[in-house]
Design a protein around this ligand. Structure first.
Ligand SMILES: [Zn+2]
Ligand SMILES: [Zn+2]
Length: 189
């Protein structure tokens, strides 16, 4: 079952937006309409393609940027994550808020990231996408995350394959075997 992130309307096939029930769309998540906050975040998470050699940490312990693949597929990544993503709660940076987040692995390299915890500041490739608070029209924005960060953040969580029901790692909504049978995650949209 798939449910609209906004009204909870459900369907046996992935929800297409705008939602046929409530009209909610994904424009605030895919780069088509932005608040200033979202534009700043978008720039932070696409700084690789703006000519920097490294992903900047911006005083954070972890950071990730979409690469050109991630940026060119952002519509599908957002649609996939909002439909198949695992709903999790996420503490805000300052620790004073708990936000709802959708986490979904995209089985393809969509970005690069780095961490102050790594001994070298070189970047590592990133699969996956996290969407924070899609309910928030002004503050919701998509960003790529590193698997190490996911493991640290949700160490006790797990998930289940949509297709075969097998237990999987957190955020992995389609297991490796099922992905192999399907061949291409974009076919699931
Ligand atoms: Zn809806
Ligand atoms: Zn499976």
């Amino acid at each position: 079952m798939f449910t609209c992130f906004h009204c909870g309307h459900s369907s046996s096939s992935p929800i297409t937006y705008p939602c046929s029930n409530c009209g909610a769309n994904l424009n605030h998540l895919n780069g088509q309409s932005f608040s200033n906050f979202q534009r700043n975040k978008w720039n932070e998470h696409t700084d690789l393609i703006q000519g920097y050699q490294q992903v900047q940490l911006y005083d954070k312990n972890w950071n990730c940027s979409f690469d050109t693949t991630g940026t060119s597929k952002i519509n599908d990544i957002v649609k996939f994550t909002i439909n198949y993503g695992q709903k999790l709660s996420l503490q805000s940076n300052r620790g004073n808020h708990v936000n709802e987040a959708y986490l979904s692995f995209i089985p393809e390299i969509i970005g690069q990231g780095t961490s102050s915890q790594y001994t070298t500041l070189s970047t590592v490739t990133c699969s996956g996408c996290c969407i924070i608070s899609p309910q928030s029209i002004n503050y919701g924005h998509p960003f790529p995350v590193l698997i190490d960060w996911v493991k640290q953040t949700w160490s006790s969580e797990s998930s289940q394959c949509y297709k075969c029901g097998k237990k999987t790692h957190v955020g992995l909504q389609i297991c490796g075997e099922c992905y192999q049978k399907i061949g291409n995650w974009e076919k699931l949209l």
